[in-house]
Ligand binder design. Structure first.
Ligand code: 5GP
Length: 236
């Protein structure tokens, strides 16, 4: 496999073409942004941790019936993935009120939700990723109703598998964001990343935050928190 030209640079990752038109190479950066790019910084070692954590969790999810874009980890921060057309939605799954939900509904952070809540946001930085519903998604043609049924089912499976795995490690899965893509034949697969950048993880015992909120809210100990998640999941 040969690494070719850069196709795209996002806030946390770069994507490169390869000599195989069906595969792309993802390279994770240490750059961190928050509040739609308003806050910028670096989290030392983040790229390598998010690469390894994401790949570990993607493989776990594959085993549990969720197809993903993962192909092969190439190096500390580089992974080969299937090329997809991203469905332009952030799929947010919530078990406990935090972040924007706590703010929007006036709930205390940490309020347990009586059932899992799914939200969709249209991926558009210029618009600030506005929340949308199934009707907007169908009307705008971002995904079909059949695709949304698949995405919803996969998102709930991810919540169950991840929640169970993390509970055993004394980590509570508060909420997380997923992105899905379409392969050339239209198959929906889980794409992007699953990491402390995209999830809220709280220590079950101490309630300490072990995720990107430490960066967003200037809580300190950001690198240590990312490392702790990798250590509990993968033993290193
Ligand atoms: P909230 O809507 O409360 O800000 O975020 C809910 C969950 O989705 C959190 O776990 C958060 O990390 C994740 N999330 C939502 N939007 C984004 C985003 O644009 N980037 C990243 N990295 N995570 C997001």
């Amino acid at each position: 496999m040969e690494k070719r030209e850069q196709l795209y640079e996002g806030k946390a990752k770069k994507v490169f073409a390869t000599d195989d038109p069906t595969l792309v190479l993802v390279s994770y950066k240490d750059d961190a942004t928050a509040f739609n790019g308003l806050k910028k910084g670096t989290i030392e070692g983040k790229g390598a941790i998010n690469n390894r954590v994401t790949n570990y969790l993607m493989q776990l999810l594959e085993k549990n019936g969720v197809p993903t874009h993962f192909v092969q980890e190439l190096s500390a921060r580089e992974t080969l993935v299937k090329k997809v057309a991203i469905v332009p939605l952030e799929v947010i799954v919530r078990n406990v009120a935090a972040g924007s939900l706590a703010k929007r509904l006036g709930l205390a952070e940490g309020t347990v939700l009586s059932r899992t809540v799914l939200e969709y946001c249209y991926k558009d930085d210029a618009l600030g990723d506005p929340m949308v519903n199934d009707d907007h998604i169908a009307a705008m043609g971002w995904a079909t109703e059949a695709e949304m049924a698949t995405i919803r089912a996969y998102a709930l499976t991810v919540n169950r598998v991840l929640g169970e795995t993390l509970r055993d490690l004394n980590i509570e899965l508060i909420d997380f964001k997923l992105e899905f893509g379409r392969l050339a034949d239209g198959t929906i697969v889980l794409a992007d990343e699953i990491s402390p950048d995209t999830c809220r993880f709280w220590d079950t015992v101490t309630r300490e935050k072990l995720d990107k909120d430490r960066f967003r809210r200037d809580l300190g100990g950001v690198e240590d928190a990312y490392h702790e998640i990798m250590k509990r999941l993968m033993g290193e």
